[in-house]
Design a protein around this ligand. Sequence first.
Ligand SMILES: NC(=O)c1ccc[n+]([C@@H]2O[C@H](COP(=O)([O-])OP(=O)(O)OC[C@H]3O[C@@H](n4cnc5c(N)ncnc54)[C@H](OP(=O)(O)O)[C@@H]3O)[C@@H](O)[C@H]2O)c1
Length: 241
Amino acid sequence: MGNTTTVALVTGANKGIGLETARQLAAQGITVFLGSRDLAKGEAAAKTLTGDVRAIQLDVTEGASIAAAVATVEKEFGKLDILVNNAGLGTFDRPTTTEDLAHWRWTFETNLFGLVETTQAFLPLVKKSEAGRIVQLTSILGSLTLATTPGSPIYGASGFAAAYGASKAAVNMYTVHLARELEPLGIKVNAAHPGWVKTELGGEGAMLEVSEGAETSVYLATLPADGPTGGYFHKQDRLPW
Ligand SMILES: NC(=O)c1ccc[n+]([C@@H]2O[C@H](COP(=O)([O-])OP(=O)(O)OC[C@H]3O[C@@H](n4cnc5c(N)ncnc54)[C@H](OP(=O)(O)O)[C@@H]3O)[C@@H](O)[C@H]2O)c1
């Protein structure tokens, strides 16, 4: 008999888009590991959700934390069907000319290296799924095409978040490479731009509520067998790289 439980892990899910993604996946009957670098915050967040939601300590910049989370999921289910690499950070207050290297490293440590390490560590469990799905939270600010197209929504915004935008552009490229390599196994890997969402990162001036901001992640996490892979999406629309 196959294991019929669908198991998801959402990183950085103690608040914001990650928490809402966990909520919406759990509402579909999916078992959700709610990743949080602070377990107490994760447990408090999990209590606000209904369904099978399990808080798990996971700091994507700590190898030991990632390994312990992999061991837990392996022991409890022996597979992972859905990995949502949602944890991310950034600040949008520094002109490119004065954005120092420490800030670049801080940004890349979580947004790119943490995402890659988490993905690689969970890949053996995703390969055990019959329909593996990996969702990479990126941003429209990672689009080189839109950053260089006059009139695009981010053309004027491309001068104060170089490290953040570069980290998300790198996530986009990683997504393309990973999707190509995993395609023969039926594992779908896509990049998600949630929109400009009211969270701690997005700020109060953002346009979307989290309920709408989680839509892209949930769509890509639950793609059918004939769904796309290696794409860059906002909701169900493709974005230009
Ligand atoms: N909001 C937007 O408008 C927007 C737009 C485009 C893309 N995005 C992307 O969407 C994703 C979610 O963002 P959000 O707006 O929901 O941000 P948020 O409310 O600030 O939440 C970010 C989450 O990531 C976690 N996190 C940060 N560093 C981590 C680490 N090293 N290990 C594990 N978790 C870590 C945070 O944990 P703590 O609570 O412990 O800090 C928090 O749970 C990010 O990748 C972001 O870049 C957001």
